[in-house]
Design a binder for this molecule. Structure first.
Ligand code: FAD
Length: 103
């Protein structure tokens, strides 16, 4: 979990640099939204599993953390919509990989 969070943080940091250089695209942002929200759900889900039955109880913060993470794949653009944005870019004629851009 820690490894995946660190990798996602690295991409988000790159996006912040791109934003500061006025070069962040909607596709970059969609990738950041998709990877971080899906990862938040996966990590919170493992946290619930780790707690066993207690993880399901409202008294335990991990239960609320899972609920809070879960909605991030739905609101502000669902994961499916992020995938549509990203795939349109990947299949376009002028697709440019993120790591080949300078900022
Ligand atoms: C807590 C919360 C706060 C919110 N706050 C705001 C806010 O402040 N401002 C605001 O404007 N909205 C807000 N929303 C609304 C939120 O943006 C929508 O819930 C979200 O866009 C999904 O739309 P929907 O609920 O109508 O689901 P639907 O559009 O009906 O989608 C249902 C499911 O179908 C999938 N789907 C839809 N279209 C496609 C497609 N073409 N291809 C594949 N899959 C598809 C979706 O990904 C989703 O999984 C909020 C929602 C919640 C839960």
């Amino acid at each position: 979990m820690r490894m995946q969070l660190d990798i996602a943080q690295s991409y988000v940091d790159q996006c912040v640099r791109a934003f500061a250089a006025d070069q962040l695209t909607a596709v970059d942002a969609a990738k950041a939204k998709l990877v971080t929200s899906e990862l938040a759900v996966a990590v919170a889900d493992l946290g619930v599993q780790l707690h066993g039955g207690a993880g399901y109880m409202d008294e335990y913060p991990i239960s609320r953390q899972y609920t809070d993470a879960r909605v991030t794949t739905i609101y502000a653009g669902s994961s499916e919509v992020m995938k549509i944005i990203i795939s349109r870019d990947c299949l376009s004629e002028d697709y440019t990989p993120f790591n080949t851009r300078n900022f």
